[in-house]
Design a protein around this ligand. Structure first.
Ligand SMILES: *Cc1c(COP(=O)(O)O)cnc(C)c1O
Length: 380
């Protein structure tokens, strides 16, 4: 079956008790056991619950995995994956990554004995040079955030596996609708379900998806032991989000592509980062790994930080807020907002200009979004 059919039907069978077409939301925290020796499908909702399980089943199928685990947030999912490591182990990661992941790796894990080495993962040779016998996890994000750099996932998987490490990919920006890293030999896919999967800026959630049953069992053990699971209401909303995921992400990507092309031609826009542009250094690779350029565009304008601030404070449809991937368009300045948790030197070193502007393109009409930007951008 095709992606969008599976998004609607896998794991979302009608309720046998009532015939309800939409599976009910099970709020129960505990489940009656048939006898004291306990062998039923559910016992306690931290370990597993029917509504969470339905979402996990659909997502695993869409990502080409054998198991998905749903968490309270994207960061909870990422944190759980890093619990596979022990002090003395090393993570090799990208420089163009989500600000909160940078903070978890460099401020939480590094202070607890896990070495963190950051390289530009769009440079495959740099990744190969960075890994060593202590590397247990290679963590990449493609497209990167906020510079939309493209990392060769299949090449990174080979490099990671050659030293016995796992490759994990934060696929929040692509979702399984645009790219499926497990099919390119990644071991773990991570999603912030808060973004495109939920899709309506009304929930927090995260997920890990794997293609190896044993790895899934280890991660589930860690998830159950640490407890940051997704609640049933969020799981229900995520299942609903998945049903329209492909439609939304493809439509939003098409608008993002047109806006990126329009920005390139604008007289006061200096640099545009968007993998769907032929001028993007990772364009050819992006078109092999992704079925569209994605919903995020970043760019710089003539002038300095103050001019960038005026832009983000003047748009009406593009609302000034962090987060991304939802139906409403958002605008922000990564240096002071989404990536404010980077150390300033680290942020400049990786090329995030203080005046860089990031757009999350929603489902509004292209013409309205274009006119909104046109009235906010500096005059030539
Ligand atoms: C938002 C985001 C996260 C973190 O997810 P939360 O749900 O906010 O915890 C991780 N990676 C990327 C790329 C994100 O956009």
């Amino acid at each position: 079956m095709q992606f969008r059919t599976r998004a609607i039907h896998v794991g979302q069978e009608h309720d046998p008790a009532t015939g309800a077409v939409v599976p009910p939301i099970h709020l129960a925290s505990t489940f009656v056991q048939p006898d004291a020796s306990m062998t039923s499908a559910y016992d306690y909702a931290r370990t597993g619950s029917p509504t969470r399980h339905a979402f996990e089943k659909t997502l695993a199928d869409l990502d080409g995995g054998v198991r998905a685990l749903a968490f309270a947030s994207g960061m909870a999912a990422t944190h759980c994956a890093t619990l596979l490591l022990a002090p003395g182990d090393e993570i090799v990661t990208g420089t163009d990554i989500y600000g909160g992941t940078w903070r978890l790796f460099n401020r939480v894990l590094a202070e607890r004995g896990i070495a963190v080495k950051a390289v530009n993962t769009a440079d495959t040779a740099a990744v190969a040079r960075a890994v060593g016998p202590k590397t247990k996890l290679v963590w990449v994000e493609s497209p990167g955030n906020p510079l939309l750099t493209i990392t060769d996932l299949a090449a990174c998987a080979e490099i990671a596996h050659a030293v016995g490490a796992l490759l994990a990919c934060d696929a929040t920006l692509t979702t399984p609708a645009l790219s499926r890293p497990l099919e390119l030999s990644a071991d773990i896919v991570m999603h912030s379900a808060t973004k495109s999967i939920g899709g309506h800026s009304d929930l927090l959630g995260g997920a890990l998806v794997v293609r190896d049953t044993d790895l899934g069992t280890r991660l589930h053990w860690l998830q159950n032991a640490t407890g940051a699971v997704m609640g049933p209401l969020e799981a229900f909303l995520c299942s609903r989000g998945l049903k329209t995921l492909e439609l939304r992400v493809l439509a939003q990507s098409a608008t993002a592509q047109r806006l990126a092309e329009w920005l390139v031609a604008h007289p006061t826009v200096t640099t545009v980062h968007y993998p769907g542009l032929a001028s993007h250094p990772g364009h050819a690779l992006a078109m092999r790994q992704m079925s569209a350029g994605g919903t995020i565009v970043s760019f710089e304008v003539n002038g300095g930080v103050d001019d960038a601030r005026r832009v983000v404070e003047s748009t009406k449809l593009f609302q000034l807020a962090v987060s991304l991937g939802a139906v409403e368009s958002l605008i922000e300045i990564p240096a002071v907002m989404s990536h404010g948790s980077y150390a300033p030197e680290a942020r400049r070193a990786v090329g995030i200009a203080d005046g860089l502007i990031r757009l999350s393109v929603g489902l509004e009409a292209f013409e309205d979004l274009r006119d909104d930007l046109a009235s906010a951008l500096p005059r030539a």
